[in-house]
Design a protein around this ligand. Structure first.
Ligand SMILES: [Zn+2]
Length: 489
């Protein structure tokens, strides 16, 4: 039976019990997979998980037959402000990204542009079943920009962590500034379950270790630090060593990418009990280094997943799971082939990457007691994958494999955050997408004006490098398949 719009809107606005009935439940906990399973939500929490649960009288009952019920996914690193330029950098390398934001155009973004990007990114995350996102917000040129970022995150009913950063400023300065401290007390003086705060900055490897002041600020304010580490050409082992020697490698640090690092750095990260945030699609395209799960696993460094930025990619954690599993296996095969060996059994399993996307993310944010799995007592952040119109959604034989290799964003049927329905029957509830379209449109128009048509075109279409063509001894005629003639036409 369909649930009426009014009932959905009421549930979103003021709560009320919900019974998710009869799905394949991935608890991501000891109970494993429960076939024909139910999940009962009362208030903000999951109150029961099992088979044949009775529905409280006033409960909305959601039919999950033929679907997969899983914990809401967690993205531990996304530069949400860049979503206003969705897809603009599809053909960029990391160098082109740095030139665009750090050297040329980053400073022309206004607070309203941060707001626009964040608003669209936050809505996109919920729609994709990503119930918690770390907004790695390094475009905050002043606390006024921070206010705009917070306003957007509070407007969308998801769970977010604002990782405050400023790519144009020195973190040892802005973290100590009075205006920044005022910003922190203005927005974060009492604990908010739906909006957390971290500090976001990178460690350059300068032997004078100027970042000390920023780490001290994090300690003063009791905030976790998230940092791009092991990024080819940008941050390296020296940064890790400096953090370690100065006593700032704690278990609350999140190392983003964590690729291109030596054995010693991985050992230091592992020993500190910290977590990594792996952005496989980003690492593959932009060039931070080979996606590192194949190394992190060996060092027992806990992994979470992230999408980095929608200027190339999107909020799609299905893509992250798929790319991560494939990149890990690809590396295992290549390493074996170098030794003339054959991999006969895969070490990384579909279940592992689903765990990275759920419990892995929760643990990286210190939220493992609240979210990341479906057990009684946890906050109800839940996703139902179900799509009766999709030939790819049956049969469901290997539930973890189905999530990773078969399902996608279009199959996200229902999403709950903190016990509230925010999406049902493939439609967002109480979300003003037209407003997001409008503010993003204005930002795009403004940026086009700032850059001018020539720079806009050039930035979006970087020059092709000269291709090295390999002579082929088997071409014994001049026939080229008509390509030369086609070029002249
Ligand atoms: Zn990043």
């Amino acid at each position: 039976m369909r649930i009426g719009e009014d009932a959905l809107e009421r549930q979103r606005a003021s709560g009320g019990p919900v019974l998710l009935r009869g799905g394949t439940v991935l608890t991501m906990d000891r109970a494993g997979v429960i076939e024909h399973g139910d999940v009962l939500v009362e208030g903000e929490r999951i109150t029961a998980v099992g088979q044949g649960l009775p529905a409280p009288e006033s409960a909305l009952v959601i039919d999950c037959a033929g679907g997969i019920v899983m914990p809401g996914m967690v993205d531990t690193h996304r530069h949400m402000w860049q979503t206003a330029m969705r897809g603009f950098g599809a053909d960029w390398t990391l160098t082109q990204y740095f030139v665009f934001y750090y050297l040329r155009w980053g400073s022309c973004f206004r607070p309203e542009d941060i707001y626009a990007g964040n608003l669209l990114a936050a809505i996109e995350a919920l729609d994709a079943g990503v119930t918690t996102t770390v907004d790695w917000s390094h475009g905050l040129q002043s606390p006024e920009y921070g206010d705009a970022a917070v306003a957007a995150l509070r407007e969308v009913p998801g769970r977010f962590v604002l990782a405050y950063g400023n790519l144009l400023g020195a973190p040892w300065e802005w973290t100590k500034a009075k205006e920044f401290r005022d910003f922190v007390s203005r927005h974060f003086s009492c604990r908010d379950d739906l909006l957390g705060l971290q500090l976001a900055f990178d460690v350059t490897g300068d032997p004078a270790f100027p970042e000390r002041g920023a780490f001290e600020s994090a300690r003063d304010l009791d905030l976790a630090v998230t940092t791009h580490a092991g990024v080819w050409g940008a941050t390296n082992d020296t940064g890790i060593r400096l953090m370690s020697e100065h006593g700032f490698m704690t278990d609350s640090v999140v190392y983003v990418h964590a690729t291109t690092l030596c054995e010693d750095s991985y050992q230091r990260i592992a020993a500190s009990g910290a977590h990594a945030s792996v952005s496989t699609e980003s690492e593959q395209s932009a060039g931070q280094g080979y996606p590192p799960t194949w190394q992190l696993r060996r060092h027992r460094i806990p992994v979470s997943l992230s999408m980095d930025t929608s200027v190339w990619w999107s909020a799609d954690l299905f893509a992250a799971m798929r790319a991560t599993l494939s990149a890990d296996r690809s590396r295992e095969h290549l390493e074996a082939h170098v030794k003339e060996e054959t991999v006969v059994s895969n070490a990384l399993r579909a279940e592992d990457v689903v765990s990275y996307a759920t419990m892995g993310g929760a643990a990286a944010l210190g939220l493992q007691d609240r979210i990341g799995s479906l057990i009684a007592g946890k906050r109800a952040d839940i996703v139902l994958l179900k799509n009766e119109h999709s030939p790819a959604m049956f049969p469901i034989l290997h539930p973890y494999g189905h999530v990773v290799f078969q399902a996608g964003r279009g199959d996200v049927h229902t999403v709950m955050v903190n016990g509230r329905l925010v999406k049902h029957d493939h439609r967002l509830i109480g979300i003003d997408l037209d407003k997001a379209r409008d503010v993003v449109g204005r930002t795009v128009e403004y940026l086009q004006g700032q850059l001018g048509p020539e720079s806009w075109h050039e930035a979006m279409n970087p020059e092709l490098p000269a291709a090295e063509l390999i002579p082929n001894p088997y071409t014994y005629t001049d026939w080229d398949g008509g390509r030369a003639a086609a070029r002249q036409a």
